[in-house]
Design a protein around this ligand. Structure first.
Ligand code: MTE
Ligand code: MO
Length: 457
């Protein structure tokens, strides 16, 4: 099911070139199954009972009181799994998702980077629920591939404008007072392909360099205190990774003393190798590149370090040919994840329009949804928790009458910033940028129910 989960009413996103052919075959098979299931009126069975064709969330399947159709025979006849023993507990020492969910995967966009070790994989936002990203579906961005570093040999050095430079082992760090906090991470290049015009078909590719996890680690302020950092003149901190790319970024001391973490855990377990095991920097609200993975060195300094990763990369090309630098904050943004590009509405009637909103400045205050391309807006329901610098889930009731529609969401954060339209953003930033596109996303629902990525001005 996965991508097409929407009550069995939406078929899977089309698989793009270069994707796993097995997944393609699977999705074709599923599509015809879904078609048959719906034709038989067995939508509820096909969709895990959520919003099948005969089921409306208001009434539920059993309150319809109609004659028992072919679909209900799936309830009356006990299937094999109800008449046999299940598998023993030790079948899987480390749990995996159901085999029926195997279409829900991180996906690469072939050709996006010149060498495969410098790659990106995108989170399948269209198939996810709530605000947390499962560790196996967290997007990945590597400048020089990933490593599975032996934690017993890993060290973190803190130096520069400090009274007592120190080298920490993982054991040293994990004895310290820890905090656990939920935050989003978004690559500054997320949605970057849409600057010029519509570039990608699905929300996975347009917005999937985005994840949200509970991180556990020690606050950087605790470590800076331990080494006696000069936090008055030392206004900057350099973070360096242990990978071949030596990813290095400068963060401000203001950030460092606020909520930055040196983290070893993600969603209750140690970091995954792809995401920086055994140690990464967590810089809430700031673009992903500053979240240095395989963290091995922090240096306190009195000016920015102007490293390669901040002088020639992650800068914004403006219409007059100049570059903006150190534009690290991820501004207020939102996107409807269902219905979204590549999905298909199979039927008229009720849909739960759902999506995600976030802001690097703090909490999301409100999300408005439009179904007519931005002429009229109504507020969506924000689901709890609504946390600072974390993804917020929103839901919105919509009844589709079968005519063409353009779905949009617009987020407003607690600082009062409003997510802009793409033409408002272009008026200031031009069309040649790669980074920091937080524009309103539009999904066009055609009369056939197919959903497309479009730009509406
Ligand atoms: N050491 C190291 N840290 C890194 C990177 C890297 O290539 N090497 N990529 C950065 C970029 S550009 C992003 S967007 C995030 C991605 O984190 P993730 O791979 O856990 O999603 O890590 C950042 N930290
Ligand atoms: Mo990134």
């Amino acid at each position: 099911m996965s991508d097409n989960r929407i009550g069995g009413r939406i078929r899977p996103a089309p698989i793009v070139a270069g994707d796993d052919p097995l997944a393609q075959a699977g999705s074709r098979a599923r599509r015809s199954f879904m078609g048959k299931a719906l034709a038989m009126g067995a939508g509820a069975a096909a969709s895990g009972g959520a919003l099948g064709k005969q089921v409306s969330p208001a009434t539920g399947p059993l309150q319809r009181g109609a004659a028992v159709g072919a679909g209900e025979s799936a309830i009356l006849e006990l299937p094999a799994h109800t008449r046999s023993l299940g598998q023993p507990v030790a079948a899987r020492a480390y749990g995996l998702p159901s085999q029926w969910e195997r279409n829900l995967q991180r996906r690469e966009s072939p050709g996006l980077t010149r060498v495969s070790a410098a790659g990106v994989s995108f989170t399948p936002l269209q198939g996810m629920f709530g605000i947390l990203t499962p560790n196996g579906l967290h997007f990945e961005r590597h400048h020089q591939g990933w490593y599975d570093i032996d934690p017993s040999g890993h060290r973190l050095m803190i130096m520069g404008m400090v009274r007592e430079p120190r080298v920490f082992t993982m054991d040293d760090l994990m004895r310290l007072p820890a905090v656990s906090r939920i935050h989003f991470i978004e690559c500054g290049a997320n949605t970057g392909m849409e600057w010029g015009n519509v570039a990608v078909p699905t929300v996975q590719y347009s917005h999937g360099m985005l994840s949200c996890c509970e991180y556990t680690g020690v606050l950087l302020s605790t470590l800076l205190d331990m080494v006696g950092a000069n936090t008055r003149e030392g206004r900057y901190v350099l973070a360096e990774g242990a990978d071949g790319a030596s990813m290095t970024r400068t963060i401000s001391m203001a950030n460092a003393l606020d909520d930055v973490m040196v983290a070893w855990a993600m969603n209750g377990e140690m970091l995954r190798p792809e995401n920086g095991y055994p140690l990464r920097l967590v810089v809430p609200g700031v673009q992903g590149v500053s979240w240095v993975k395989y963290l091995r060195r922090l240096e306190v300094g009195d000016q920015p370090f102007y490293t390669k990763d901040e002088v020639i990369h992650y800068i914004d090309l403006m219409p007059d040919g100049t570059h903006r630098q150190f534009t690290s904050l991820q501004e207020v943004k939102s996107v409807i994840t269902t219905p979204s590009g590549g999905q298909v509405l199979l039927d008229h009637g009720y849909y739960n329009v759902t999506g995600l909103a976030w802001s690097g400045r703090g909490r999301v205050k409100r999300v408005d949804v439009s179904v007519d391309g931005g002429r009229n807006w109504r507020p969506a329901r924000l689901e709890s928790p609504v946390l600072p610098k974390a993804l917020t889930r929103f839901n919105f009731d919509w009844s589709w009458d079968g005519s063409p529609a353009v779905l949009q969401s617009r987020a407003i954060d607690e600082s009062g910033h409003v997510q802009p339209k793409i033409n408002q953003l272009r008026a200031v930033r031009g069309t040649r940028s790669i980074y920091h596109n937080n524009a309103i996303q539009s999904w066009k629902v055609s009369e056939t129910g197919e959903v497309f990525n479009v730009q509406v001005y």
